[in-house]
Design a protein around this ligand. Structure first.
Ligand SMILES: *Cc1c(COP(=O)(O)O)cnc(C)c1O
Length: 383
């Protein structure tokens, strides 16, 4: 069976691996900044072949293995790993704008991404319109002659808003506008936006791709043409390259990505259904529930849904919501997500009458233990 036909799980175990170091089944960490050459001629000619390793800011053999796997998982030609999700996202965005450019961005994007558009890019004369990405017409109507980029995040942050990826990609293509999506929530296991026509797929690898809460990393995937420009410009010039040790940990993480995502979905579906039926819960936001407003699109463009759930409790005082989160024993209070451990954070939405809600990342604990934990504290907070 050829490499091109390998399935997701097989790519994670085998693609890019050479076993050339004493047969080691786990590739070594090339924890070196520098690669030396046999002779002067090969040194002088080194840039003719980008595959020759030279200097770790440009490329590194350990990082290269992880990049090959992720490019294949996202069904793209090339991937570049970065030192964080924000390094990856900002590099991808900067590759698509210049002074005078206009951007259309979904309001559902990650906070620092919104901040990059709203507060940082205006310094360079780049203006952004923020739209409700669930409304494809709102995206279309926001386009100007100067629009050079449409930025999506689906499922989005906090309420997991779903955008019609293919419809928006088609609108962009007709007008020669580049598209980027933050695909961190679904991971390539549940969604491949390149197949729906998106140009650049960005990830924080800190969340599901890493999965163990022990690395901070990011990735951008796309065509060889777009990616070689990003590697040479935003990659090499900003210097936000991935560290070889983090790349090695990411290779370790990818081995289990498929089974971690399966379990996240399985547990999250049970928890979302449980919350949906609970007396102390007013509303559940989970794209896997048929009641989620984007559920039809979920069925069309995703193969499944991850372990991120938000819900609005019936108890709406800060004190009760804090008491609920603090009472949970298996859900920790923390900002990140997608790791082995469950998390639950209290959030107050200024755009929705200061309603309190809880955002959860469902981890790899036994789901019955998680359900017991939630049930006990929901009852206590509403007593
Ligand atoms: C955390 C996060 C990021 C940023 O990733 P870092 O690795 O922390 O830089 C980007 N997008 C989404 C959706 C995130 O949740």
């Amino acid at each position: 069976m050829n490499e091109e036909n390998w399935s997701f799980e097989t790519i994670c175990q085998h693609l890019g691996e050479k076993y050339e170091y004493e047969g080691a089944v786990v590739p070594p960490i090339f924890q070196n900044s520098l690669f030396v050459f046999d002779d002067a001629a090969s040194f002088v000619d080194r840039t003719k072949d980008r595959r020759v390793f030279d200097y770790t800011r440009i490329n590194n053999p350990t990082t290269d293995i992880a990049e090959k796997k992720l490019a294949a998982l996202e069904k793209t030609e090339q991937c570049r790993l970065f030192s964080s999700g924000m390094a990856a996202i900002s590099a991808a965005i900067l590759s698509c704008v210049k002074t005078g450019s206009h951007v259309v961005c979904t309001e559902a994007a990650y906070g620092p991404t919104l901040q990059f558009f709203r507060e940082y890019l205006p310094k360079f004369g780049v203006e952004t319109s923020f739209v409700d990405g669930r409304d494809t017409n709102a995206v279309r109507n926001a386009i100007r002659d100067t629009t050079s980029l449409i930025f999506l995040e689906s499922p989005g942050s906090f309420y997991f808003h779903i955008q019609d990826i293919e419809a928006i990609a088609n609108i962009a293509k007709e007008r020669g506008i580049a598209t980027i999506i933050d695909n961190s929530n679904a991971s390539p296991y549940f969604q491949n936006p390149a197949e729906l026509g998106i140009d650049l797929i960005a990830h924080t690898a800190t969340k599901y791709l890493g999965g163990h809460s022990d690395i901070v990393m990011g990735a951008v995937c796309g065509s060889a043409e777009r990616m070689s420009r990003i590697v040479e410009n935003e990659g090499a010039l900003f210097g936000g390259n991935a560290d070889p040790f983090a790349s090695w940990l990411l290779i370790r993480s990818l081995r289990t990505l498929a089974i971690r995502m399966e379990r996240a979905q399985q547990s999250a579906m049970k928890i979302a259904a449980f919350l949906n039926a609970h007396n102390s819960v007013a509303h559940v936001y989970y794209p896997g529930l048929p009641s989620h407003p984007g559920h039809e699109l979920v069925k069309k463009q995703m193969r499944g849904t991850s372990g991120m759930i938000s819900f609005e409790p019936t108890f709406q005082t800060q004190q009760k919501v804090f008491q609920f989160c603090e009472g949970l024993r298996l859900f920790q209070i923390g900002v990140s997500w997608g790791g082995h451990e469950s998390l639950a954070i209290p959030l107050c939405d200024p755009n929705r009458d200061s309603k309190w809600f809880v955002r959860m990342s469902v981890g790899l604990e036994n789901v019955d233990d998680l359900l017991d934990d939630l049930d006990r504290e929901l009852k206590r907070a509403s007593a």
